[in-house]
Structure formats: C-alpha cells, structure tokens
Ligand binder design. Structure first.
Ligand code: PMP
Length: 338
C-alpha cells in the first residue's frame, strides 16, 4: 500500500476476536476494535484529522497557524503528528495526570507542552481548559480545537468508526461498548450504528469519580460525584457537547483496580498490549455478561496502545503500590461486584 502521508493511514483498524479471554466466560462473540493500529496508536487520530480538516474547509486555519488543544495526551499526539505533516505549530495543555512517556512522545513530534494541575476546577484559571483558552486568545492565527465541544470530533467517528464496525460485522453487531471521555468515539459511532439498526445496544463506560453516568441518569451535573481516579481518558468532570446521552442504553462504571487487572490479562491472553482504558472497556463487557447470549455480537472499542503505560499498569511496583497486586504478583484480594 502507498500513501501520500501518514495522515492517509488513519482508520481502517481491525476487529480482533477475543475468544481466549472471553470464550468460556462470555457466551456472546466479542470483538475488540483495536485503535492502536492507527499511526498515532489511538482512536484520537480520527478525531484530530477530521477536526483539523473541517477547520481548513471552514477557513478557520491559515498556513502556519498554531493549533492548540487541552488533551489527556492521545489527542495531543494525533494533533502533533498531523500538524507536523501540514506545517502547523502545536501547543498542548495537559493535566499532570499524564505519564512522563506521554509527555516525551508529544515533545518528540515538536509540540510545546503546558502542564496544568489535574485537580484544578475546569473554570479556574489554572485548569488545562482555561490555559488553552487563554493561549488561543493571545496567539494570532491560532485555533483551539476544543475536542469536548467541537462536534467534528464525534463526526469523525460517525464517518469512519461506525461504518467500519457495521461493514466488518456484516451488519450483525448487537452491542457497542465504548469508554466515555469527550464522548466522540461513543456518540459518533453510536449515531451511525443506530441509524443502521435502532436495536443495537449502546453501552457507555464511565469512571468512578466522573460526572457522566449520573448526568445520564438524572440530568443533574453533580459535583459531589467528583473525586480523582487513575484511568486516563475515561470519564469527565464536565459535560462535553460530544456526549450524546440520548443514544446510550446502558452506562457502566468501572474502577481503577478492575480496569488495571483486566488490561494486564488482555495482554497475556490475547497478546494485545493496550492502554488502561481498554481494560475498563473490556471490564464493562464482563460486568454485563449475564445479559449476553450466544447470538450477540459485541464490539468493544480499545482506544489506545499499551506502550504509553509501561510505568503504570504494566509496572509491577506501580501495581503493588496501588494495592492491586500482592508482593508475589497475585491480584490482591478485594470483593468484586460481579
Ligand atoms: N481512552 C483513552 C486512552 C483516551 O485517550 C480517550 C480520549 N480522551 C478515551 C478513552 C475516550 O475517548 P473519547 O474522547 O472519544 O470519549
């Protein structure tokens, strides 16, 4: 295959059967959509590409522009990669929850990084959102992509992830399970699949400490729900416009420990070295396994690659420090809900 640039290699990621990890424990056929196959190793390549291309089409970006974004890391990598090809400058504001590997990767692609405190309230001037806003207001010929509110984020998945899943399952998909962050990969894909077949069940995955599930249940933005959690990219402490709550049939919260143990098992049983939120997504499938039958075809989106988490979930000491593993490497005992 020959391409004009790395940008043209985005999308077309494989569905991989998870028979070894799910087989005897889940009666449905379960496939992982492995977004690590994108050149930037995450689903965010799709959103970044579409948001930038739409900004170009709408005349919002001139040659030599500066692209600014508030990001947990993956969107930043994708923007930096695309900016490099297109000759744009790139400034990224990150929370200090992002691991050092992520920061190094972004710098390697030429991005400028601004680290912001992870516990700053979104509206405070120190938050990574406020800093991005401030930079966009002061730098001429710049654009803040605003992935949480820019509907071209979910549009990317409506136009690519959704059709890929529909075609690769020959229209047989019955459940789509996806982490909710900005909501782009959940909502855009869900919209396409529901248009094709309104009976497809859409399952959102959320973090304990995030406001999303409660908002979906009650319509209330409840700040009492908020506390810090560890899975990067999963959950939110704001309500992004890209979250299409009306498309979600079920919302499952997954804890840091369960997600960590599950993603490690995924590596060992399927040979898929994936990011922390992929463990959360698969854990949600296990949480709903009693409602699945042998005729169901479940597609679970795996957002990114595991190489960026070697210092965390794939590090034994880190796992022991969190109390997730014993000193002999066994899962530490705790009562599981399912
Ligand atoms: N997992 C990871 C690792 C991510 O980087 C993101 C994006 N922030 C998500 C899950 C959530 O994806 P989305 O923003 O499309 O909801």
């Amino acid at each position: 295959m020959r391409y004009d640039s790395v940008i043209d290699t985005i999308g077309g990621t494989p569905l991989v059967a998870l028979d070894r990890i799910c087989g005897d424990r889940i009666s449905a056929k379960v496939y992982g959509k492995v977004e690590a196959f994108n050149p930037g190793q995450s689903a965010k390549d799709r959103a970044a590409k579409y948001m930038i291309e739409q900004a170009e089409r709408k005349g919002r970006i001139q040659p030599g522009a500066t692209i600014i974004e508030a990001t947990s890391g993956n969107t930043g990598y994708s923007i930096a990669m695309i900016a490099a090809v297109k000759g744009y400058k790139c400034i990224l504001t990150l929370t200090d929850k992002a691991g050092p590997e992520k920061v190094a990767l972004l710098k390697a692609l030429g991005a400028k990084i601004v680290l912001c405190p992870k516990d700053a309230a979104p509206e405070s001037p120190e938050s990574y959102y406020s800093r991005a806003e401030e930079l966009a207001g002061t730098i001429p010929n710049s654009i803040y992509l605003r992935q949480n509110w820019n509907l071209d984020n979910s549009g990317a998945h409506y136009h690519s992830t959704g059709p890929e899943i529909w075609n690769d399952t020959d229209g047989k998909v019955t459940h789509y399970v996806c982490c909710a962050g900005t909501g782009g990969s959940l909502s855009g894909t869900a919209r396409y699949l529901k248009e094709k077949n309104p009976d497809v069940t859409i399952v959102g995955v959320d973090a304990y400490g995030s406001v999303l599930k409660k908002y979906w249940q009650t319509g209330v933005f409840d700040t009492d729900e908020i506390f810090s959690w560890k899975v990067e990219g999963l959950g939110k402490t704001i309500i992004p416009d890209n979250m299409a709550f009306d498309l979600i049939d079920e919302f499952i919260k997954v804890g840091d420990r369960a997600a960590a143990l599950r993603v490690r098992e995924l590596a060992r049983r399927e040979g898929l070295l994936l990011g922390y939120s992929s463990g959360a997504a698969l854990e949600a499938v296990f949480a709903m396994r009693k409602q699945l039958t042998k005729d169901d075809v479940v597609v679970v989106l795996f957002p990114d690659h595991g190489s960026r988490y070697l210092g965390k979930v794939y590090n034994e000491e880190w796992m022991q420090e969190q109390g997730y593993l014993t000193s002999t490497g066994e899962p530490a005992s705790y009562s599981v809900k399912h």
